[in-house]
Structures are given as structure tokens and as C-alpha cells.
Design a binder for this molecule. Structure first.
Ligand code: SF4
Ligand code: F3S
Length: 104
């Protein structure tokens, strides 16, 4: 499956949900996650994300975020339509290492 990394945090552009054929994105307050058992590995979401937050599980960045995607996709509500990004999305785009900076 594809995985949402911490590059989504405080951006949440939601362009990804609009293209997903199986609606497997789930929404938290600060980021989205992908349900790893529902994702069919089509890859269409990856280039849609302005923050380049989505990677395939073969990418080195994926492993650190797979468990978070699995855990929270079971708890957060499904999101199937694009909505406004978070207000400071452009400011937080690409800052890197966001989980450490904002949640630890
Ligand atoms: Fe949805 Fe395809 Fe992205 Fe998986 S890879 S989350 S199925 S758009
Ligand atoms: Fe997040 Fe990118 Fe989707 S910032 S909400 S993964 S378009």
C-alpha cells in the first residue's frame, strides 16, 4: 500500500482523496492516513499531493509511518471529498521532520 508520511502534518491539502478510487483516506485533525488493507496500490494519489507526503511502501520513508497509518485509519473518519487545506498549509509545506517538531 501507499503511506501518508509526516509531510502531510499541518498541510492536509486533501487533493489525494479526490483521486482515490477506493476512498481509503481517513482524516485526523492535522493529517490524513491511508488504510493499508483498503489501498489497492494504484499510485494515483502520490503525484497529486503538493507536499509530496505520500509514498509507496517500497520507499525508505514509508516504514516509519506504516504503523501510524494502520492505527489511525481504524479510528479516524473516512474522507472522500476534497476540502480546504489547513490555513497555514503553504507555510508548513516541506519543513521536514514535522512529527518530531510538533508532536514530541
Ligand atoms: Fe487510494 Fe490508490 Fe492512493 Fe492507494 S495508491 S491510497 S488506492 S489513490
Ligand atoms: Fe496530506 Fe497531501 Fe493528501 S498534504 S491531505 S497527503 S494531498
Amino acid at each position: 500500500p501507499y503511506v501518508v508520511t509526516d509531510d502531510c502534518i499541518r498541510c492536509k491539502y486533501t487533493d489525494c482523496v479526490e483521486v482515490c478510487p477506493v476512498d481509503c483516506f481517513y482524516e485526523g485533525e492535522n493529517m490524513l492516513v491511508i488504510h493499508p488493507d483498503e489501498c489497492i496500490d494504484c499510485g494515483v494519489c502520490e503525484p497529486e499531493c503538493p507536499a509530496e507526503a505520500i509514498v509507496p511502501d517500497t520507499d525508505g520513508r514509508a516504514e516509519a509511518w506504516m504503523q501510524l497509518n494502520r492505527e489511525y485509519s481504524a479510528q479516524w473518519p473516512n474522507l472522500t471529498r476534497k476540502k480546504d487545506s489547513l490555513p497555514d498549509a503553504d507555510e508548513y509545506k516541506g519543513v521536514g521532520d514535522k512529527y518530531t517538531k510538533f508532536f514530541s
